[in-house]
Design a protein around this ligand. Structure first.
Ligand code: C2O
Ligand code: CU
Ligand code: CU
Length: 425
């Protein structure tokens, strides 16, 4: 239901059975019966009230990925809702929070399973004045599905735990390689809701212009030939063209370990483009101010240790600053409003997408193989990829007091402990 300024909904997390492959019944866990879950579509300034009813056999939470919600409303690990119980989340979305978000469970140790069984939904916050509101909008949520031959969702193997899980089917809005019609210029909001798959997106022969990141619009349109979306990340693009194209996920080497099959290019969807009436493209989308000079520094080092590996996934160590996650330990402290520089250093052999709860940040620079590159795009993000031997420097200022987490968004790594806790005072 939606009264002005109020959004009220109920989400029921429950097992159900769907048909993803024609003729095959697949048991899944869903919000309100669908994969992906419902879209929550609200405006800046709205107060959102959502009741979660947990009809799973496991504890769960809902985490509002990327949204600036108070920590106690953010479904962090430690605030699980027991099976058969419910709770109501409530928060108000501040002006400036327009963007492309999502929600998913976050119970520690079970996040990966709950997401790969189907629990995730989309969340859009709209600005009162949106310079692209005149364009037709399409939502593309990418997820991947690993099915056994009997149609059941497979459990994680040791390789899935180590590298993060990639299914044999990459789905778009729950469908395999759908076909779209694009007349004129369209605005696509895209979500990488895969547990671990990187999407190096390319739309051969058509025009793709990036206009937004996780935390809303860029300052100005930015033409791209390809776009890497790490797990958890979102982007907004404008597409237009003429003729038929497939949106491709090109092969991307993220340093998977063990005996993995070689990477290859995958078509995600097919699109028929027609030129139509050219829609106006504003040259300025909004003003993004740099956060300013940091007055505090933090360093996070990502590493893994497989030395004592047995056949128990928990014997693989995925760490930040040499430690696996402990809910009863505070790893970092920040002060509300203070601009900080965080150095995210990847000391491991595979890519890790870093994600911080509750606050958008700005990437300032990247250091890779002895080269320092200032970031060209000033943008708001909550997820950023860090390559092996790379350091990414982000600027961030916390808005709200309380405890939050940050972690690798390869969800298996998060469950295995590549997560830490931040206390904002
Ligand atoms: Cu998508 Cu801890 O989040
Ligand atoms: Cu999050
Ligand atoms: Cu990781």
């Amino acid at each position: 239901s939606k009264k002005p300024g109020q959004f009220v909904a109920t989400l029921r997390a429950a097992p159900t059975v769907v048909q993803i492959k024609p003729g095959v019944r697949t048991p899944v866990w869903t919000y309100n019966g669908s994969v992906p879950g419902p879209l929550i579509d609200v405006h800046e300034g709205d107060t959102v009230t959502i009741k979660l009813i947990n009809q799973l056999q496991q504890p769960t939470t809902i985490h509002w990925h990327g949204l600036p919600v108070p920590p106690e409303q953010d479904g962090n690990p430690g605030s699980e809702i027991a099976p058969g119980k419910s709770r109501t989340y409530r928060f108000t979305l501040p002006v400036g929070s327009a963007g492309t978000y999502w929600f998913h469970p976050h119970p520690h140790g079970h996040t990966a399973e709950q997401v790969f069984r189907g629990l995730a939904g989309l969340f859009i916050v709209r600005a009162k004045a949106d310079p692209l509101a005149h364009l037709p909008e399409r939502h593309l949520v990418f997820s991947d599905l690993k099915l056994q031959t009997n149609g059941r969702i497979a459990e994680n193997s040791m390789d899935d735990w180590m590298n993060g899980r990639e299914g044999q089917f990459v789905l778009v809005n729950g469908h395999l390689q759908p076909t779209l019609q694009v007349l004129g210029r369209q605005r696509w909001r895209m979500w990488n809701a895969c547990s671990a798959r990187y999407l190096r997106l390319k739309l051969p022969e058509q025009s793709m212009i990036q206009v937004g990141t996780d935390g809303g619009l860029l300052g100005a349109p930015h033409p791209v030939t390809e776009l890497l979306l790490a797990p958890g990340e979102r982007a907004e693009v404008l597409v237009s063209g003429d003729g038929n194209s497939a949106l491709m996920a090109l092969s991307y080497d993220r340093g998977k370990m063990g005996d993995m099959p070689p990477e290859h290019d995958i078509p995600l969807l097919h699109a028929h483009f027609r030129i139509g009436v050219p829609a106006e493209l504003p040259q300025q989308l909004r003003t993004i101010e740099p956060l300013g000079t940091p007055t505090a520094q933090k360093e996070l080092v990502f590493s893994e240790d497989m030395d004592n590996m047995t056949d128990d996934p928990a014997s693989m160590k995925f760490m930040i600053n040499g430690k696996v996650f402990d809910m009863n330990r505070v790893d970092l402290t920040s002060k509300v409003g203070e601009v900080e520089a965080w150095t995210l250093r990847n000391d491991s052999d595979m890519d890790h997408p870093f994600h911080l709860h509750g606050t958008q940040f700005q990437v300032a620079e990247r250091r890779y193989k002895g080269q320092t590159t200032p970031e060209k795009l000033l943008a708001w993000r909550d997820t950023v990829n860090v390559r092996p031997q790379e350091s990414v420097i982000i600027h961030v200022a916390q808005q709200q007091k309380g405890r939050r987490v940050y972690h690798c968004h390869i969800i298996e790594h998060e469950d295995l402990g590549m997560m830490g806790q931040l206390d904002v005072i």
